[in-house]
Design a binder for this molecule. Structure first.
Ligand code: GTP
Length: 365
């Protein structure tokens, strides 16, 4: 693809644009083949040969696009569209509808990833001037080839249908390209690249949603904050890359040990947060214990041996009107107590408004 400031600035390759052009070139070659046959059948050999020439040009443009000589292909397509519109409108008159194809070029100009805004405006103005000139030419000169009214209607109908179909295809193709790009951007913005888990932003969004629901229907909600034990020594002894593999194994173990409705996220470094909707303190501690055991079982092969780590988890259940950050701070406090008490354990921080039995169960754990 030719380089340009627009492409350089945005950093994208404009793949969609060139994909649209390949399709448009194939469609145009088919339409012109049909027209060549039609004009020879209507005893208008001049227009028949003009269409044969167009098919040849589109064949050449297709070959150039396949060879990634995109700009050369674009010049050929533009030249064909303008010359064909000029010749066909002059030969058959405005009523033949060949000028509609010129209108298709306007979105192609402004969607181009390889032009500066100023050059787009200039080209757009030039295109508008060409269209107006074509209009004047056609309305001040009689057609050179006179078709029967029925044949002229048929040609115009084909041109209108083909133009509308190409416009619809263009719009649909760009919409899908934009939607794909949006999905990809959203995934990049909400996923931790190392582990593939939700990142901190996504976890907070999910937790906020559950929190809003909890305020409406009072459903319980818990958080588990986990920190891999002595992870610095894994890095120090085996290197950062092995440390990364261990984090990936921990993330997988955590996901397997949790439910579909729970969101496991990489909170940062070797810390993980799990958001548990519809979950009270006792159940949250059970989940935390499952996670702890799963992480302990997870093994990473390294240099003929296997590496394992443990994790310490703090659990908090949100109490009435408590904010997310307060609940996270309590889970963090519980996790810290677990570290002090010897690591590889789950510690609950039951809220003050939790029924006494549940609080004791949580604290005793
Ligand atoms: N390999 C790797 N290491 C990371 C990553 N993020 C953070 N770390 C390392 O994780 C280690 C965390 O160490 P500390 O906070 O001292 O805690 P710890 O060694 O896990 O000890 P305790 O938490 O007290 O059990 C640091 O050495 C960080 O460099 C990462 O993405 N990849």
């Amino acid at each position: 693809m030719p380089d340009s400031s627009a492409a350089r600035r945005t950093g994208h390759t404009g793949r969609s644009y060139w994909q649209v052009l390949v399709r448009a070139v194939v469609a145009a070659a088919l339409v012109h083949t049909a027209f060549a046959g039609l004009f020879f059948a209507l005893s208008a050999p001049l227009m028949g040969w003009v269409n044969v020439a167009s098919v040849a040009l589109y064949g050449a443009a297709y070959t150039l696009l396949r060879q990634r000589r995109n700009r050369a292909a674009l010049v050929l397509v533009w030249a064909e569209l303008l010359v064909h519109a000029l010749v066909a409108t002059r030969a058959l008159g405005w009523e033949s509808g060949f000028h509609y194809y010129v209108l298709l070029m306007m979105p192609m100009v402004f969607m181009s990833p390889v032009r500066r805004a100023r050059s787009k405006v200039l080209l757009g103005v030039a295109l508008a001037a060409f269209y107006l000139g074509l209009d004047l030419l056609a309305h001040h000169h009689a057609p050179l080839v006179v078709l029967t009214p029925g044949a002229l209607d048929a040609v115009r109908t084909v041109n209108i249908v083909a133009t509308l179909a190409l416009l619809a295809h263009l719009a649909n193709f760009y919409l899908r390209a934009v939607m794909r790009a949006e999905t990809r951007l959203h995934d990049l913005a909400t996923t931790d690249p190392l582990t593939g888990l939700a990142n901190r932003r996504r976890a907070l969004d999910v937790a906020d949603l559950h929190l809003a629901r909890r305020r409406r229907d009072g459903a319980p909600m818990s958080l588990i904050l986990g920190d891999v034990d002595h992870f610095k020594s894994v890095n120090d002894r085996h290197g950062h890359e092995v440390g990364d593999q261990v984090l990936i194994a921990v993330a997988q173990a955590m996901q397997v040990a949790t439910r579909e409705a729970d969101t496991v996220c990489r909170w940062g470094g070797e810390e993980f947060l799990i958001v548990l909707p519809d979950t009270g303190p006792a159940e949250a501690l059970q989940v935390a214990e499952r996670v702890r055991a799963a992480v302990q079982r997870a093994q990473v092969p390294h240099g003929g041996e296997t590496l394992g780590v443990t994790i310490t988890l703090g659990v908090s259940t949100l109490h009435t009107m408590e904010s997310l950050s307060q609940a996270i701070a309590r889970a963090d406090g519980a996790m810290y107590r677990g570290k002090v008490e010897g690591r590889n354990r789950c510690v609950g921080d039951a809220p003050d408004d939790t029924p006494a039995t549940q609080r004791e169960l949580a604290l005793e754990y």
